[in-house]
Design a protein around this ligand. Structure first.
Ligand code: M6R
Length: 369
C-alpha cells in the first residue's frame, strides 16, 4: 500500500535510501572481498571478457549509460549501451568474449528478452540485473544480480533506477576485483562510498519541498530541457523522460557539450533548462565546462534550474533556482541528482491534476515487442 503517501510514486521516491541499501546487502565476505553468489558464470570466462554490452529499454537503459562511465573507468573494458530493440534487429558483433548485461525492473520486457535470447545464440554470456524475483529474463540469463528494491508499482521508474545503478556498480567493482584492475583497498573505499549513499539520498528527499514548489509554479511550461555531462548526461535524459511520461510536457535531455552543435538554437527568453553540475572537486575540467554552459544559455534568456553540490558557489550567479545535493564523487552523483528531477516531474504532473501512478498510454511492463 501507499503507506500514507499521495501516490505510489511518492512512496517509491521515499523508498530509495532503503532500496539502494538493500541492493548492497550481503555483497562482501568476512575479508571484505566482493561476492556475487547469484553469479553462476565461470570466473575464467569473466576474466577473458573483452567487451560488455548493456541492453535495456527506457529508464533501465539510462542506468546502463551511467554504469558505462563507471565500469570503463574501473575495469578498462569497453562498454557499449544499446536499446534492446535496436540491438536485436541489427547484426551486432557479439561472441563468446562478450558479456551482455541486461537491465530490467520487471524482468518481463519483451524487447529486452528478445535481445537476451539473441545474444546467447551468438555465444555471449548474459548477466541480468533484475528487480522482480522469478521473472522471465533472469530465468533465461546465465546469471542474475537482483536489485532487491522491493515492488515498484508506479509506471514511472524511480527506486528501480537508483538500485540498477547501484547493482551495476557492484558488478563493475566485482569485475575490477576479479581482473585485478583495482587494489582491494580501493574497492573497499568505493563500496564505503556506495554504502554512504542511502543517507545522502535521504537528505535530498528531505529537501524536496523546494523542488515541489518550483514545479507547481511551472505547471504551464510547454517545454523543458535538461543538460548534463559525463554521468550527468544520462541523468538529464532520465529527467526528461520522467517529465514526458508524467506531465505530458515536451522534454529533451542533451549532453551539455552538444549545445553549440544545435540545441542552443532552442533557447529563447524564459525557456526552462535544468543543468546537472558535476562535483567541483572532481578531476579535469568537467565542472568548469558545465558552468560555462550555464552562462551560455543564461545569456540567451534561459531560465536555469541548477542541480549543484553543497558549497559550489560558482553556480550562484547564473542560476535562477538551485537544488542543492550533498557532496559526492562525480560517479556517485547520479544517485543524488536524479532525485530532484523525479520529484519535479511528479509535482508538476500533480499540479496539472494528472494521475502520476498511471500515466496515459503506458503500461508498467511492456510485454509486447
Ligand atoms: O521493466 P523494465 O525495466 O525492463 O522496463 C523498461 C522500461 O519500459 C521502463 O524503464 C520505462 O521506461 C519506465 N516507464 C520509465 O519510467
Amino acid at each position: 500500500e501507499k503507506g500514507g503517501f499521495e501516490s505510489f510514486m511518492d512512496k517509491e521516491i521515499h523508498d530509495q535510501p532503503q532500496a539502494v541499501g538493500d541492493t548492497l546487502l550481503g555483497r562482501t565476505d568476512v575479508d571484505g572481498r566482493l561476492i556475487l553468489d547469484d553469479l553462476k558464470i565461470d570466473e575464467a570466462v569473466l576474466r577473458s571478457v573483452d567487451k560488455i554490452v548493456v541492453i535495456a529499454c527506457g529508464t533501465a537503459a539510462y542506468a546502463g549509460h551511467v554504469a558505462k562511465y563507471a565500469i570503463e573507468h574501473w575495469c578498462r573494458i569497453p562498454v557499449e549501451v544499446e536499446l534492446a530493440h535496436e540491438f536485436r534487429y541489427r547484426d551486432p558483433v557479439v561472441n563468446e568474449k562478450t558479456l551482455v548485461v541486461a537491465i530490467t525492473q520487471s524482468g518481463e520486457t519483451m524487447d529486452t528478452l528478445m535481445a537476451v535470447r539473441h545474444a546467447r545464440e551468438q555465444g555471449a554470456k548474459v548477466i541480468s540485473i533484475v528487480n522482480t524475483n522469478g521473472s522471465t529474463i533472469p530465468r533465461e540469463s546465465d546469471a542474475v544480480l537482483y536489485t532487491h528494491a522491493g515492488p515498484e508499482i508506479a509506471v514511472a521508474s524511480t527506486k528501480a533506477f537508483l538500485s540498477q545503478i547501484t547493482a551495476a556498480y557492484v558488478l563493475g567493482l566485482y569485475l575490477a576485483q576479479l581482473r585485478g584492475n583495482k587494489f582491494p583497498d580501493e574497492i573497499a573505499l568505493l563500496m564505503d562510498e556506495l554504502r554512504d549513499m542511502p543517507r545522502k539520498i535521504q537528505t535530498v528527499i528531505e529537501r524536496g519541498e523546494y523542488v515541489r514548489s518550483t514545479a507547481r509554479s511551472m505547471k504551464d511550461a510547454s517545454s523543458v530541457l535538461f543538460l548534463g555531462r559525463h554521468v550527468g548526461f544520462p541523468v538529464a535524459m532520465e529527467g526528461a523522460l520522467k517529465l514526458k511520461e508524467l506531465a505530458y510536457i515536451h522534454a529533451e535531455g542533451f549532453a551539455a557539450g552538444e549545445l553549440k552543435h544545435g540545441p542552443i538554437a532552442l533557447i529563447d527568453e524564459g525557456q526552462p533548462v535544468f543543468v546537472v553540475v558535476p562535483s567541483p572537486r572532481g578531476r579535469d575540467s568537467l565542472h568548469s565546462k558545465v558552468v560555462s554552459n550555464i552562462q551560455e544559455i543564461r545569456a540567451r534568456g534561459a531560465r536555469t534550474l541548477v542541480i549543484a553540490e553543497d558549497g559550489d558557489d560558482s553556480v550562484k550567479a547564473f542560476a535562477d533556482e538551485i537544488f542543492w545535493i550533498p557532496q559526492v564523487p562525480t560517479l556517485m552523483q547520479p544517485l543524488l541528482a536524479t532525485v530532484p528531477l523525479q520529484i519535479f516531474a511528479m509535482a508538476l504532473a500533480t499540479a496539472k491534476g494528472l494521475d502520476v501512478d498511471q500515466p496515459r498510454n503506458l503500461a508498467k511492463s511492456v510485454t509486447v515487442e
